[in-house]
Design a protein around this ligand. Structure first.
Ligand SMILES: Cc1cc2nc3c(=O)[nH]c(=O)nc-3n(C[C@H](O)[C@H](O)[C@H](O)COP(=O)(O)OP(=O)(O)OC[C@H]3O[C@@H](n4cnc5c(N)ncnc54)[C@H](O)[C@@H]3O)c2cc1C
Length: 414
């Protein structure tokens, strides 16, 4: 970001820069840089988590973690702008935020809005220090885009609830201490009305976490099974059957975290386009290449200003609107298009997966692809923009009656 700093911000930036220079894990910089496109260069997930936790702990101890959170919850009560200044100075080390993104970015604002004061004071500081990792158990095999279709059930019992069902795509559940879970408490109410939100200790009896092995060989997501898990009523967030409202708080923070970012990779592609290949050709000499670069430059710049707009809205204490959906919609597909173009520019070399540069482009391409799904797919974001920003008529719906009568979608063919 290149907004001119106010004098107070200049001092803040200098302090942050100096502290980062003295304390960041510089010896791990090369590996951390490779994480930019969701790569996993560490020898094991254990090593990556240890490095990330160590950096988070150092920031927390020195007062540089979760800057906008109130002091009593482990933050410093600073402004969104100061937070962004710190992230800019953090540079590549900000990639180490990964394991804490769900807890700090989406879970914590939900706890701040709905947990009791005692719970906030006990749960938020360990989240800020990286000691506790949280996951988000929303999606199910039959409920993704249509999140209100969750079928994991909670039935009341003495002192709390018994929860049974299955969640899926739960990022980081295998190393999480806690998770927030959206479950159905009344199947006779309409789809969005009979849901309740809880936070759950992931070590509870009856929870099993099964990692899903990805094409890349890593296991980022999990299936989480609840088999008659006891959840105390004190761990309910919001009122019984009003969990949809609570989930919207989580989702709006998720979309903001994911949407307030600019597409990655333009600098890399620009550099690649200006390099003369072994055949003596320099891609940027071609008018077609220049036109594409110009188009992406315009998009990337436009999105950077979109982020500034989101920041100014937050500074005014307001909630950003459509720009968040636009940010993710345009950003994710642009990242993917830039990566695909880079691979084309490399020609046959683009198939040599052991080549570092090629590997980076492949990671960037898959990063764009997953970013187009997480936190709302492209199609869902287009629907949101059509209905809420452009005021177009809503899609016809056949699920307005009691949830019990809503048919279960047949399994996909193939
Ligand atoms: C990287 C990543 C991390 C994730 N982490 C988590 C996590 O930690 N916790 C969690 O709960 N979930 C997580 N998810 C799941 C994510 O929220 C879902 O993948 C997403 O909501 C889409 O749901 P789905 O996969 O069930 O696809 P579906 O909802 O089945 O959609 C299938 C296709 O149909 C399209 N579609 C669906 N409805 C409509 C409509 N009304 N109009 C037009 N097209 C439509 C979609 O765009 C998509 O192309 C993660 C996903 C990814 C990719």
């Amino acid at each position: 970001m290149t907004l001119d700093d106010l004098p107070a911000h200049e001092t803040f930036r200098a302090e942050a820069r100096d502290w980062i220079r003295r304390h960041a894990p510089w010896d791990r910089l090369a590996k951390i840089r490779q994480m930019r496109f969701a790569g996993q260069p560490f020898a094991s997930e254990h090593e990556w988590l240890a490095v990330a936790r160590d950096w988070q702990r150092k920031k927390f101890d020195a007062g540089w973690a979760c800057l906008v959170w109130p002091r009593e919850y482990g933050g410093r009560g600073l402004t969104p702008t100061e937070n962004v200044i710190f992230q800019e100075e953090e540079g590549p080390f900000a990639e180490l935020f990964g394991p804490f993104m769900i807890g700090q970015g989406f879970g914590a604002p939900t706890l701040m809005a709905y947990a009791s004061e005692a719970q906030k004071r006990s749960l938020l500081p360990p989240l800020a220090s990286g000691e506790a990792i949280w996951c988000q158990m929303f999606s199910e095999p039959g409920a993704g885009s249509d999140l209100a279709g969750v079928r994991t059930r909670a039935t009341p019992c003495d002192g709390g609830w018994r929860v049974s069902g299955q969640k899926v795509w739960t990022s980081g559940a295998h190393h999480s201490e806690w998770g927030i879970a959206l479950v159905r408490t009344d199947a006779d109410a309409a789809k969005h009305k009979g849901l309740t939100m809880f936070f759950v200790n992931m070590r509870s009896h009856g929870i099993s976490v099964r990692p899903i092995r990805q094409l890349s060989g890593t296991s980022h997501f999990n299936e989480v099974f609840f088999d008659d898990v006891f959840v105390p009523d004190e761990q309910r967030l919001g009122r019984v059957d009003e969990g949809w409202k609570v989930a919207l708080t989580t989702l709006s923070n998720e979309r903001m975290t994911l949407g307030a970012s600019t597409p990655v990779g333009f600098e890399e592609i620009f550099e690649l386009a200006t390099r003369t290949g072994e055949d003596g050709c320099t891609p940027i000499d071609s008018e077609d290449v220049r036109l594409r670069l110009a188009e992406w430059y315009a998009k990337v710049t436009g999105m950077r200003f979109g982020v500034y707009r989101i920041l100014s809205t937050l500074e005014r204490g307001e909630q950003p609107g459509a720009e968040v959906a636009v940010g993710k919609l345009v950003g994710a597909s642009t990242t993917q298009a830039i990566a695909a173009f880079g691979l084309d520019l490399l020609g046959a070399r683009g198939l040599a997966i052991e080549d570092d540069e090629v590997q980076q482009l492949h990671s960037m391409f898959s990063f764009g692809a997953i970013h187009r799904l997480e936190g709302g797919t492209d199609e869902v974001l287009r629907n949101i923009l059509a209905e809420r920003a452009l005021g177009l008529p809503a899609e016809p719906r056949a699920d307005r009656g009691p949830f019990r009568d809503v048919p279960i979608a047949p399994p996909a063919l193939g």
